[in-house]
Design a protein around this ligand. Structure first.
Ligand code: PAF
Length: 310
């Protein structure tokens, strides 16, 4: 039987357990409700370091007043089982009072302009909340590398930027989106979908795939192909569909050739879903879902840092 990870609930417990971990440490940050996508991150973490730390913290700072914090799934026992199965050494599962000792922090990390577009436009302040907690968890856990999913491409980009701009001594590693066999990107929010919603939700990966298939013809063909799939499903209420530069998140112009990010957000029933795919504009792309094309976001060679021992 696999050994259960040490569970730390307080800063003192975390410090004591972290000090006992020799060698390199990789962290996987989560808000709980763990699924196969998180398990994949943990496996990759395991391959890349001597020890794996998982954090489970439902961060109130990144939820808007009208968002789903109260109903967000809380499944700690099952989460711990998954961590055990994946060989996690240490789980840091603090309450809000441990992370935000003095209540809501007056000083926060600002995501800047990149945090105001796309997800940030629909969810003002969301990325400041994400970056603030990620910064705190990086300080508390002291990992050599931290792994994040490409599914949240804007989050990943902003965390990379923060690590680079604010000189975090931690390597940020991207992991390709993990999908269900039918193509739906794994997400803790998928548990909100009823059977009909679940069917409708497939419109997102199908639209992205259609866009990918049109990549050789240029940006407007990509957008058109993806939009055509989305408009055929009236139960899928689109927030945005964009083809943007992966580093600036600006719409790519018609003459653009090279790497771009095709991203979509839509409401299905009461659930807001996001998905994205890297696209090589002007080239034939591999349209098999789950088979990622090389990506600045995925590979991120420019922003990787050498691993150091603390
Ligand atoms: O992606 C998530 O689950 C969260 O945004 C993160 C990175 C754990 C910060 O709360």
């Amino acid at each position: 039987m696999d050994a259960e990870p040490v569970v730390a609930r307080t800063r003192a417990e975390l410090d004591a357990a972290r000090d006992r971990l020799g060698g390199t440490v990789a962290v996987v940050m989560t808000m709980g409700a763990l699924h196969e996508g998180h398990a994949t991150l943990m496996r990759r973490a395991r391959e890349s370091a001597d020890h794996v730390v998982a954090t489970i913290f439902l961060n109130p700072l990144q939820f808007g007043p009208k968002e789903d914090l109260a109903k967000y799934p809380r499944t700690f026992d099952a989460d711990l089982e998954l961590c055990t199965r994946e060989g996690v050494d240490l789980v840091f599962a603090p309450g809000p009072g441990v992370v935000y000792q003095d209540g809501d922090p007056g000083v926060r990390v600002s995501a800047g302009r990149l945090g105001e577009v796309l997800e940030g436009h629909s969810r003002p302040g969301h990325f400041d909340g994400v970056l603030t907690v990620v910064a705190k968890l990086l300080h508390l856990v002291r990992p050599h590398r931290a792994l994040f999913g490409q599914k949240d491409a804007q989050q990943l980009l902003l965390i990379r930027r923060m690590a680079r701009d604010l000189d975090f001594r931690c390597e940020i590693v991207a992991v390709s989106t993990v999908r269900e066999p039918d193509g739906l990107a794994m997400s803790s929010r998928n548990t909100y979908l009823n059977a009909l919603d679940r069917e409708v939700a497939l419109t997102l990966p199908r639209a992205l795939q259609a866009g990918l298939a049109a990549a050789i013809e240029g940006p407007s063909a990509v957008r058109r192909a993806a939009r055509e799939v989305l408009v055929r499903e009236p139960l899928c209420i689109v927030d945005y569909l964009v083809l943007v530069h992966p580093e600036t998140l600006e719409n790519v112009p018609e003459w653009y050739r090279g790497e771009a990010l095709l991203a979509v957000a839509a409401r299905v029933g009461t659930t807001r879903l996001i998905d994205n795919m890297p696209v090589l504009v002007g080239q034939a792309n591999d349209t098999a879902l789950g088979v990622g094309v090389p990506s600045a976001i995925t590979a991120g060679a420019d922003t990787r840092r050498p691993v150091r021992d603390h």
